[in-house]
Every structure is written in C-alpha cells, then in structure tokens.
Design a protein around this ligand. Structure first.
Ligand code: ZN
Length: 755
C-alpha cells in the first residue's frame, strides 16, 4: 500500500520529459525488431511522443486526469455493480486466416471472462500475501452476435492478407484498403486484430484516455500476435494461455504496466508508479515463469511480499500471470464507465443477436471501392472506356447456404442488366460476383445501383440490405498541349485524381511558393511521419496516337532534411509513371531522390522547406514515342514516396509532344542543331536496336568523343530515341559522327562546331 499521490504527480513530470530529438531520424519507422516485447504499448507511446510533442503534452494531462479519477474511485470501497458485457469483434488478418479457428477465438473469449471475472483456475498460484487484493471485475466479453449494420454475425471477421502490423498510428492491419480490416464502430465493439506482428511483439494497445484528437476512434482496440492469441491452435508457448489479450485489454481500460507508465528499458525509478494503490512499487518488468510461491524483492519493494510479479500487467510468461488487483479492476470499471467514447461499449446491443433469418444476403461492397483512399471508401470509380463490369461482394447473413441469386444493375433509372448467379455461400461467408457488362454514359457521373433478389428461388427476408450504390465516371479527356499551374483554388484540379492510400499527408495546393502565378502543388514530407508511403496524382487521359515524342515538363523545388550527399538510400522520392491501360500497369519514366532531386544544393534544410525563387528547376520526363504504337490514350502519374525528409513542390506542369522532323522521318537519323556550339542531339526516328558505338573524329582522324550503346539508346533524359553528343570541350571545326552497328554497318554524319 502506498500513498504517494504528490510524489507520484511529480514523477509524471520526470517520466514524460523524454529527450527531445535534435535530429530527425532518417528511418523513423515504428517497426522495430529486437528481443521479445511482452507488449508494444509503451514503445508505441514513446514513438508517438517523439514524433508529436503536442501529443506528449496532451497525454501528460489526460494521464494526470486519469490517475486523479482512479484515485477518487479508489477511495470509495470496492463496489459490486452490474456485469458489463463488451461485444468483441475479432479481425483475423492472415495469409491463411482459417488457421485461427473459431474454437481458438472462443478459447480467448473464455480466458478473458475467466481472468476478468477472477474465476481463472490458475488463480490458485496467487501467493497468500496477495490473495486479499485478488480482483474480480464486473467486465465480461462476448463474441458479437449483431454487426454494425444490425445483421447476424459470429463476431469473427477473416481477411486473407499478408499485411503485417506496424505498431503505432495508421497501423495497416486496421484498414481494409491497406490489406487489413476496418474497425467496427469502436464505441460499440472492442476490436481485436489478430495478425502477424514484427519480430518480438506480442501485442499493443492504445489507452482509453489517449486523446481522440491524436489517436482516432477507428484505431481503438488492440492488436494481438496470432502466435500469442487464445490457448489452442496457433498460440505458441510460453505465450499460449491467452494472457496477451488479458494484458492488452488492461491497457485498453487505462491500466499502466505495474512498474509505471514507461517502457521497461532500464530508465525507471521507484518514483514511477502505476497509479494503483494495492500494487506494490516495482522498479522493472519481470520475465520468465517464476515458481508460484516466489517472493521477488527489488529496490522499490525490498521487503516481503516483494513485488506483484504475477500480475497481468507485468511481463512474465502466460503460465505465471494470474491476477489483477482489486483496485486495478476498479480502475478499469472506472475507465469503461467514465471515458466518454467508451461508454457505449457497456450499453451496446452487439451481444444480442437479431431475429434469425434463413435467407438474407447483403451487398457488402463493390470490390472496386477498395482501390483508393484508406479510411474512407471511395464512392466513385474511374474507367477509361465506356464499359464497366461491376464486381460486388455478397455476404450471407442468414442461416441457410445460399446457392442461387439474381443480381440486377442499372444506372439511375435505366433498364437493369440482370445477372443470374449460382454457387454456394455458407452462412457468415462472402463471395465476389462479377456482373454482366454495363455501358457507361460519357461526360457524367453514372450512378450505379446493384440489388439482389430471389436467394435460393425465394424472397429475401430482409430487403433493406440488398442494395449497393457506386458512382462510375469515365476519366476526363484533355488535348495536348496541356498545362496545369494549380492556380484554381479547387484541388485536386477537376480532371486529376489524387490517391492517398494511407489517408495521411498527401498532395495539396499551396500558396507558400510558386514558380509562376500564386500557387503550386506540394507534398508535406516534413510532417509526413511514416516511411515509404506513396501518394499519386493521376493526370487526365490524353491522346498520344501517332505522336512522335510525348513529354511531361514541370517545375520542381525540393529539399532534404539531412544533407543529401549523406543519403545513400532512396529518401523522399519523386517519380513519374505512365499508364497505357487505365492504371492496370505502370512504367516508370523518371525517378529522383537526394542530390538528384533537391534544388537547394548539397545542404540539408532542417525546417519545413519553402523554396525561394531561385530554387526552382525545370525537369522533363519523356512519356514515350507513340509514332508507331497502337496506344490511343495514356495518363501520367506523379508519385511521391515519403521518407520523412522535406517538402517537394511542383508547378507549371506541361504535357506536350514533338513531331519528328520531316528529314528525320525520311533519313531515319539526324543531328541537330547543326552547326552548334558544342551540344548536338542525335535523333533516331525508330529505336536503333543494333547501334553499338557512336564515335566522333576530328579532321585529323583522332577520336574525340565516344559512347558505347549497351541496349539501344536509353538512360538519358531525352528518352530512348535521342542521345546527346557533347563536344563543348573540343575546338571549333568540322567533325565526323560515326554510327557503328553490331552488324558492322557504319553511317557517317558531318557536324560543325562553331563559336
Ligand atoms: Zn503492456
């Protein structure tokens, strides 16, 4: 027992003054591999504190408030209250999600009900000295029987995916569009994501009192390594008794680790505390499986009975953690009932099944809806032709197998296109059904409506969930030359599509800098705290049929945080890609990072970068030669891949083309300008696959310049049909350009260098 309230608030100050990182870390990913962390909760918090000082401040306040509330609650004698049963949804996100069976999920729910109710058989291991404070909470758990749409569920949501949890904000496992599974309303369901985790992690949770302004509602719940989930199946010793979830839900309901609110990294002191009065002070975490009657003393609890190492909020093996204290239970109940966003968990109807229906199918979603923004399902798909084949995911939320179904699809009030489907959808399972081809109306949003009827040849018993809607648009078309300077305040420009898969920082318009006019487009890499995220701006379609050389030119200004010459690995990267098939496949035609990309020279910029007028550069991306191609239309994609460096600005985009010179078409090869002051461009009308060398000789027959062509003409900014011949360092006069082919054929062109 301790009464250390004042000391303990003082300790909060000490605990939260973490060293301020002077240098931005180049690699700030919160995925770490190290020895086993019983739990990643504090690692995640410290990572977030480093990234967001304001979050640290808010957390200090909310933790102080939480401890105050707990202290007030703890002064009241432990009360017997109503049992509160929390509906649970288990999202199993694995390459083979069925390897975690329904029975394994149920075993975890059983563990939770035993541990939280204090009916766990292993409570016999509690040392006699701690038996008086053995807590039995009034919190219980059920697998959800009613989903957020009011339909029947078994509370288990399997998603086939190879995604691995990245502990922290924006964990991909929590979002359908990044390969995970979207949360069910966390104010009504406890979401558990069971998945692969980085090496060493068993699980992590956010705290109930974490401010919603920093940890959004749709990331609440916790992540549990599938190797430490439940007490059967994929669970592996020594974490195979389901105690990881017991521990993480402790955090979910605001419990700290038993040694206090910081990571177990050797920096703790006896002034750190968990805010709970009936757990002894403890210096550090305990690991392994001490014998049941072990008395472990440490610097903070030097006398018997020592520390409460068998507490669920310590780090011992599953077999050894067997109790919450009474006041921990009271604190968790306080958290459940007093945390505004959590209160609905206690009153949710998620445990109550809806009326049983035999035949009930539901239009879950259009499969195309997952292709763009994370967090917010897109409501419109874009196509490049006037036809569209909807693919819809159908879920059987009734109790009979569904073996046949009619699907009707129409645009607005148009005539439905009817698809008859046969197959088998088991209860609680989904299947994707491809409908017959629809013809889109050009130039307007096509409001697509799909509805199901006639499951198993009879009426659907619930029609309210039989309809799905989606907008379908044919990509806008522009003619070349085309320019975009981002001067209009609407962004993205009407004919461009922005893709922001992680729903975090993305391309935006800014008036902080512009090459011309008042605005440009920029990526706030400075404040983009995750690595390797890709954000795209896709151009409208433009025709390239028969055009010799298509270019995208643009103004760019960019900086890195650390000096660019120190950066060997790709940092913030700007890339231009071309798609000829409406986004099915892409060809990269421009890719720059570090020294190649920056316009600030060989220095780092350690504040949010805003270019000055002289820091813009015109860059060119060669989008291809379509003179002999059957391609009609292409789109260019401007892609930023963040690596937490600094900002990239783009302005004055210009899509243009150059037709080949008539002489070039006739002769197949040409050098321009001729005469020149030293820079000559050798152009080919068709790609010279057999070209081996380009040699340049002076009047005396001496070789003055040479280029070996390894695989056609490539690797220069001008593209595959061009090569630059640089004679700036030789004297003026007449030179002979000799083109040597692998077939031993040679071709000669005379050029004149002038002053
Ligand atoms: Zn923990």
């Amino acid at each position: 027992m301790k009464n250390l309230k004042f000391l303990f608030f003082f300790s909060l100050v000490i605990t939260f003054v973490l060293p301020v990182t002077a240098q931005k870390q180049k690699n700030n990913s919160s995925v770490r591999s190290s020895s086993t962390h019983r739990c990643g909760t504090e690692i995640v918090m410290e990572e977030l504190f480093r990234k967001y000082p304001a979050f640290k401040k808010e957390m200090e306040l909310s933790r102080a408030k939480k401890f105050q509330a707990q202290q007030q609650q703890l002064r009241i004698p432990f009360r017997v209250e109503a049992i509160h049963t929390i509906p649970v949804v288990v999202h199993i996100v694995l390459a083979s999600p069925s390897t975690v069976s329904d029975a394994q999920v149920q075993s975890q729910i059983d563990v939770l009900n035993e541990d939280y109710g204090g009916t766990n058989a292993d409570s016999s291991r509690i040392p006699a000295a701690f038996k008086p404070v053995f807590g039995k909470s009034n919190i219980r758990f059920c697998l959800a029987r009613r989903d957020p749409k009011g339909d029947a569920t078994n509370g288990i949501n399997r998603v086939t995916s190879t995604v691995i949890s990245n502990p922290g904000l924006n964990d991909p496992v929590k979002f359908t569009c990044s390969g995970g599974s979207d949360a069910w309303d966390p104010s009504k369901y406890l979401n558990i994501w069971v998945c692969q985790m980085p090496s060493g992690f068993l699980g992590y949770s956010f705290f109930a009192s974490d401010p919603l302004s920093f940890i959004p509602l749709n990331e609440r719940g916790f992540v549990n390594n599938y190797r430490s989930f439940g007490r059967t199946g994929t669970a592996q010793a020594p974490f195979n008794k389901g105690k990881t979830a017991t521990h993480e839900i402790g955090h979910f309901f605001d419990l700290e680790h038993i040694w206090g609110p910081n990571n177990c990294d050797g920096t703790q002191t006896c002034a750190d505390d968990d805010g709970i009065n009936d757990t002894p002070l403890q210096l550090s975490c305990t690991s392994g499986a001490p014998a049941a009657d072990s008395v472990i003393k440490d610097a903070c609890s030097p006398n018997a009975p020592g520390i409460m190492w068998m507490n669920y909020m310590d780090y011992v093996d599953d077999i050894a953690m067997v109790m919450f204290s009474k006041q921990q239970c009271s604190a968790m109940e306080t958290s459940l009932l007093n945390t505004t966003w959590m209160q609905g968990l206690a009153t949710s109807d998620g445990c109550t099944p809806p009326a049983t229906l035999n035949r009930d199918v539901r239009v879950e979603k259009f499969t195309d809806q997952t292709i763009t923004n994370c967090g917010t399902a897109n409501t419109t798909v874009y196509t490049c032709t006037n036809t569209y084949r909807p693919v819809v995911t159908i879920k059987n939320v009734g109790t009979d197998n569904i073996t046949s179904l009619t699907l009707s699809a129409k645009f607005g009030t148009g005539t439905p296109v009817v698809t008859t489907w046969t197959g088998t959808i088991a209860p609680q399972s989904t299947t994707d059904i491809t409908l017959n081809t629809m013809t889109l109306n050009a130039g307007s949003n096509n409001n697509l409506i799909v509805y199901t009827s006639n499951p198993n040849g009879s009426a659907d018993q619930k029609v309210a969930n039989d309809t799905g809607k989606l907008g379908a648009v044919i990509y806008p078309f522009v003619t070349t030359p085309y320019t975009e300077g981002f001067e209009s305040t609407s962004f993205p420009p009407a004919v461009w599509k922005r893709t922001n898969p992680d729903a975090d920082v993305t391309w935006q318009r800014t008036t902080k800098a512009a090459k011309t006019g008042v605005a440009s487009m920029f990526m706030d890499n400075y404040n983009y705290s995750s690595n390797d995220q890709k954000d795209d701006m896709t151009s409208p379609l433009f025709s390239v049929k028969g055009k010799d050389s298509v270019f995208l030119t643009f103004q760019v200004a960019a900086a890195t945080y650390n000096p660019p010459d120190m950066l060997n690995n790709p940092t913030d990267t700007l890339e231009i890609l071309v798609t000829k098939d409406c986004g099915q496949t892409f060809t990269s035609v421009y890719k720059k990072w570090g020294l190649d990309l920056v316009t600030t020279g060989n220095i780092g910029v350690d504040t949010a970068y805003v270019p000055i007028a002289s820091q813009w550069r015109r860059d060119t991306a060669f989008l291809g030669d379509y003179s002999l191609s059957t391609t009609d239309n292409i789109q260019a994609v401007i892609r930023n891949t963040t690596n937490y460096e600094n900002n990239v600005y783009i302005d004055d985009i210009n899509i243009t083309y150059k037709d080949a010179n008539a002489n070039l078409k006739r002769n197949g090869v040409m050098v321009t300008p001729n005469p020149s002051r030293g820079l000559f461009i050798l152009q080919y009308y068709e790609k010279p696959v057999n070209l081996d060398f380009i040699n340049v000789y002076n009047y005396a027959g001496q070789l003055v310049w040479q280029k070996k062509i390894s695989a056609g003409l490539s690797g220069n900014n001008l593209g595959p049909n061009y090569v630059e011949i640089d004679l700036r360092n030789v004297s003026t006069g007449l030179y002979t350009v000799q083109l040597v082919y692998r077939s031993k054929k040679a071709q000669i062109i005379k050029v004149l260098k002038v002053n």
